[in-house]
Design a protein around this ligand. Structure first.
Ligand code: ZN
Length: 242
């Protein structure tokens, strides 16, 4: 079974469509949350995600903000402004869908959480220190997370008390080894200075993980951000990947 693993779409339908195309063939999709926020296409993104085959989908902090489940004061000014706009523009049906999503799921040897297994919605796993804490908080071999918008892999062999950050080899299927924390990067707002949309292919039978990037029409999204009256900074950052 080939699983397309995506995260942090952030209302960017153009990037999402490019990923769904580039990732073919896949049998199922696991989405690690933050379907909305920052970008101009919240309803379109939710509707496309909902239509994906055999989908597993989590709620992220921006999805919760769009539902008014967390105060916008917890966000920076731009993110708060877009969250308020998203609250206005989301259909009731799409809000209902976001409300139905879990913040953490365990499935066979995989734990899925938007941020971390400790605090599924808010905590960032950015370094070996936060990864260490997270390894203690799940029992499966692997944990898949998003939230940081950074493609990352942390590895902690079962008998060794050391967590290491693994170098990412793009377009190369890597053997999964117990235990790992894996972040596929962000579809709609990458922050590793590479503006291309990021995703991963998990092959359950082969037990491999492959990280990939795909170009998309960034200018088109920037125009929609400005047309919607959303903060200009959110358009600028897409082209620079931060
Ligand atoms: Zn996010």
């Amino acid at each position: 079974m080939r699983v397309l693993v995506i995260s942090d779409i952030h209302s960017n339908i153009t990037a999402l469509e490019a990923v769904l195309d580039a990732a073919l063939p896949y049998d199922t999709v696991w989405c690690l949350g933050d379907l909305v926020g920052y970008g101009p296409d919240p309803n379109e993104c939710i509707e496309l995600v909902r239509s994906l085959p055999d989908l597993l989908c989590l709620i992220g902090n921006h999805d919760q903000a769009a539902l008014d489940m967390i105060p916008l004061s917890r966000f920076n000014r731009d993110a708060g402004e877009v969250a308020a706009w998203t609250q206005q523009i989301l259909t009731e049906d799409n809000k209902e869908y976001l409300r139905s999503l879990a913040s953490k799921i365990s499935l066979d040897q995989f734990t899925l959480a938007h941020g971390s297994p400790n605090q599924p919605v808010w905590e960032y796993i950015l370094d070996t220190h936060s990864a260490d804490r997270s390894f203690a908080a799940f029992n499966t071999y692997y944990c898949l997370v998003g939230h940081s918008h950074l493609p990352l892999i942390f590895y902690r062999p079962p008998d060794i008390d050391i967590t290491a950050k693994k170098y990412i080899e793009w377009n190369r299927a890597m053997d999964l080894l117990p235990r790992m924390i894996l972040n596929p990067g962000s579809v709609g707002q990458p922050r590793d200075r590479d503006p291309r949309a990021s995703f991963a292919i998990l092959d359950i039978e082969a037990n491999t993980w492959e990280m990939k990037r795909v170009d998309y029409d960034i200018q088109q999204v920037q125009e929609r951000i400005l047309d919607a009256g959303l903060p200009e900074r959110q358009a600028i950052r897409l082209a620079a990947g931060w």
